[in-house]
Design a protein around this ligand. Structure first.
Ligand SMILES: Nc1nc2c(ncn2[C@@H]2O[C@H](COP(=O)(O)OP(=O)(O)OP(=O)(O)O)[C@@H](O)[C@H]2O)c(=O)[nH]1
Ligand SMILES: [Mg+2]
Length: 366
């Protein structure tokens, strides 16, 4: 899973990136056009309990890759700003599974807002518009090409016609300022346009970056903005990036004390990861044995074959069955053998819908 951190200049993107990755990338506009990439292990206490039982050689957490991108240049009449991003940045952005949109809500005289005033609703709309323009430019180019050349085999022509119908609909939406994630595409339609990797199709987590003194009113602000942000696959929440970054630099005990003083129940890292999982509709299934205890993120609704495929395509191809036990049952009974005796170890077939926390062993033929 890869999440792109996007936002306008000086909104706190790199500070959020440092918080999440415990990194030390340059902040305060000194980052220039650098692209920061960091991998974060997903905290999952269930792995520790399983490690107690299985005593594996290693424990592997699920991971999330975060990419911190510089703000795209603003579009001008007839020119799309996002297209001026270096090719590598654009590729990273398009390859991401979701966007983490950092919006500035903190005021700091030593770091004036480039637009002269702090206005999160305005900033949120501004970057959304940039991404709408970027997608629109791609749609327009493709429609022009489709109109110019109606050739190929009958099957190709038919596929092109289907694509054209979808793109025309999306163009109407984008022209009216509606992101693609709101279009309610069917699975088949989404598949037909998957290759474009449209920016406004990606789920988005909007994070209002509030000042350290603004935390008491932050929930209210996030709710107010969230209520008027009526989009599918979008969550609005808040974070005080500066505080979170400082918390990350403390020893765990000091951090716990500091968090208590500030009335923060959960670290920003945990909250953002949990929200990203919810946004993307992800759950984790687990594998456990003497070699390795490991968490695997999959889309909620996946079946046992999808889960097998997450481990290796061979396991999906030769899938026979999945020996499955719920995490709670396994921990309570203390071992797979006990779980089997108690009738809690189930043999699940291909179409079994995997639940969060299922501990699975996939049996397959080569
Ligand atoms: N007071 C306060 N300052 C913050 C907060 N978050 C970020 N800043 C400051 O704002 C400035 C910009 O933060 P960055 O994280 O570099 O922002 P950015 O969006 O990565 O900026 P560019 O990459 O230059 O577009 C830095 O001086 C940060 O220390 C915050 O929550 N409170
Ligand atoms: Mg930055």
């Amino acid at each position: 899973m890869q999440i792109a951190i996007v936002g306008l200049a000086a909104s706190g993107k790199t500070t959020v990136f440092n918080t999440l990755t415990r990194g030390h990338a340059q902040t305060g506009g000194f980052g220039g056009m650098t692209l920061n990439v960091g991998v974060v292990k997903v905290p999952d206490p269930r792995l520790d309990r399983l490690a107690d039982i299985f005593k594996p050689k290693k424990v592997v957490q699920a991971d999330v890759t975060y990419v911190d991108l510089p703000a795209p240049p603003a579009s001008t009449e007839g020119h799309v700003g996002t297209e001026d991003l270096p090719a590598e940045h654009l590729a990273r952005l398009r390859d991401s599974d979701a966007l983490l949109h950092v919006v500035r809500a903190f005021d700091d005289p030593s770091m004036p807002h480039p637009a002269g005033s702090v206005d999160p609703a305005r900033d949120l709309e501004q970057l959304d518009l940039e991404f709408i323009l970027a997608d629109l430019a791609m749609v327009d180019r493709r429609l022009e090409r489709l109109a110019a050349g109606r050739h190929g085999t009958p099957a190709e022509r038919e596929a092109n016609e289907r694509e054209e119908v979808i793109l025309r609909r999306l163009k109407t939406d984008l022209d009216a300022g509606r992101p693609i994630r709101d279009a309610g595409l069917t699975d088949a339609e989404a598949k037909a346009i998957r290759g474009f990797r449209f920016l406004t199709e990606k789920p988005v987590l909007v994070l209002l970056n509030v000042g350290e003194r603004d935390l008491p009113g932050a929930r209210e602000l996030a709710d107010a903005i969230g209520n008027s942000y009526e989009h599918r696959q979008a969550i609005v929440d808040f974070l005080s990036a500066r505080i979170e970054m400082e918390l990350g630099e403390l020893e765990p005990e000091d951090a716990a004390t500091f968090m208590e003083e500030l009335g923060i129940a959960q670290s920003g890292l945990e909250r953002v990861i949990r929200l990203s999982y919810r946004l993307l509709g992800l759950i984790s299934f687990l594998t456990a044995g003497p070699d390795e205890v490991r968490a695997w993120p999959i889309v909620n609704g996946s079946n046992a074959v999808d889960a097998a495929g997450a481990i290796h395509t061979d396991l999906a191809k030769g899938f026979i069955r999945a020996e499955t036990v719920g995490y709670e049952d396994l921990v309570q009974l203390g071992s797979t053998a006990e779980a089997r005796k108690a009738g809690k170890l189930r043999s699940e077939g291909k179409t079994y819908r995997v639940a969060d926390g299922d501990v699975m062993e996939i049996l397959f033929s080569r």
